[in-house]
Design a protein around this ligand. Structure first.
Ligand code: GAL
Length: 348
């Protein structure tokens, strides 16, 4: 195992951006920027042993700053939307930065995906870890409390990437962290994701309105949202269903079954690649890459296009603080927020 570093450029604020590549003994690697904890590449084998990239990534820091729809981002303080960019804890009302139709999306204008994290690598025989640290100040984007966050990316010789999150605060606050990688298992995005086969271990999903704000809970049975048995992603993605129309495809939280071993499994039959996802989180937001700008040039020269990648954002329920249907999670000064997600890359 080893970690190599490379200069990736400078942000518009003149901050140095470094790319860290965590490489295992088989030559597979995960590359991560100290900018937004962004995963730029995950290179793993297909069934023939050919190593290719399975996440959407960009070539320059400028492209990440100006064009990226959260490609590979570490998202926080709050993943998803906080409706009307407002919430209450005890008797205090907090107003947040509005960056999406009057709502707060993925932490706001300058969320965790757009800041520089302190980074430190460590390696042992079987795994390489990049530890990222960031202190989000009281009032940043409107959130209360100084939030001290550590995120660790660990890649090992079995092609497993573990992301673990930890945070503490000095005032009651909200926190919900995730990673926003757009997976495409075909390898170097040869094909879109409509023929990928997906299983999500969820019997219920969160409905949304036409601004992608949660409105309630429904059973997946007999709906396009039933992925309890593996199904082609494209099978019902354009069906005449109100929920599909509101999302422009899938853009919904799935409420994970508590007794399942996995949150989700994604497969691409042609390449034989399989991604198994495990987490301790309550939900996974399945976003089928419905708005991917075709002006963007991806690593390798291909242009962006809708549905070229899909996100499986493991997290706490979105907008829980404002939604009756979900229990609210508040981090208190005496508590510690922890979460993990494990991505295992295999071949069939
Ligand atoms: C997703 C979100 C989508 C869209 C996307 C970024 O996580 O649910 O509605 O905003 O991020 O383009």
């Amino acid at each position: 195992m080893n970690i190599s570093t490379e200069r990736f450029g400078k942000t518009k604020y003149n901050e140095e951006v470094i790319k860290y590549s965590l490489k295992n003994d088989k030559g597979c690697y995960v590359s991560i920027l100290n900018y937004g904890g962004t995963i730029t590449e995950i290179v793993v084998p297909d069934k023939e042993g050919i190593l290719e990239n399975v996440v959407l990534g960009l070539n320059t820091i400028q492209a990440y700053e100006e064009q990226s729809p959260y490609f590979g981002s570490l998202v926080g303080r709050m993943a998803g939307r906080i409706s009307h960019a407002q919430f209450k804890i005890d008797d205090n009302t907090y107003s947040l930065a509005k960056n999406n139709n009057g709502h707060n999306l993925h932490g706001g204008i300058q969320g965790f995906d757009k800041v520089i994290w302190d980074a430190e690598g460590s390696v042992n025989e079987n795994e390489a870890t990049l530890s990222l640290h960031y202190i989000s100040e009281d009032g940043e984007e409107g959130f209360p409390g100084n939030l001290d966050v550590i995120v660790r990316y660990t890649f090992n010789n079995s092609n497993t990437l573990l992301i673990s999150y930890e945070a503490i605060t000095d005032k009651k606050t909200l926190v919900n962290l995730t990673n926003h990688s757009y997976f495409n298992l075909s390898g170097n995005y040869k094909r879109d994701i409509l023929d990928h086969v997906l299983t999500i271990y969820a019997n219920e999903f969160g409905c949304i309105n036409n601004e992608v704000v949660p409105t309630g809970i429904k059973r997946v049975k007999d709906t396009p949202f039933d992925f309890t048995k593996s199904k082609r992603v494209g099978e019902a993605i354009d069906s005449d269903d109100e929920q599909i129309r509101y999302g422009g495809g899938y853009d919904h939280p799935f409420l994970l079954d508590t007794n399942a071993c996995y949150a989700a499994i994604l497969e691409d039959n042609e390449s034989g690649r399989r991604l198994e996802i495990e987490t301790d989180q309550k939900s996974v937001v399945f976003y089928s890459g419905n708005f991917i700008d075709n002006e963007m040039t991806l690593i390798g020269g291909k242009k962006g296009e809708n549905r070229l990648g899909l996100c499986l954002e493991t997290q706490y329920y979105p907008d829980a603080v404002n939604q009756e249907c979900f229990d609210t999670y508040i981090l208190k000064p005496e508590g510690v927020y922890t979460a993990f997600t494990k991505y295992s890359f295999k071949t069939n």
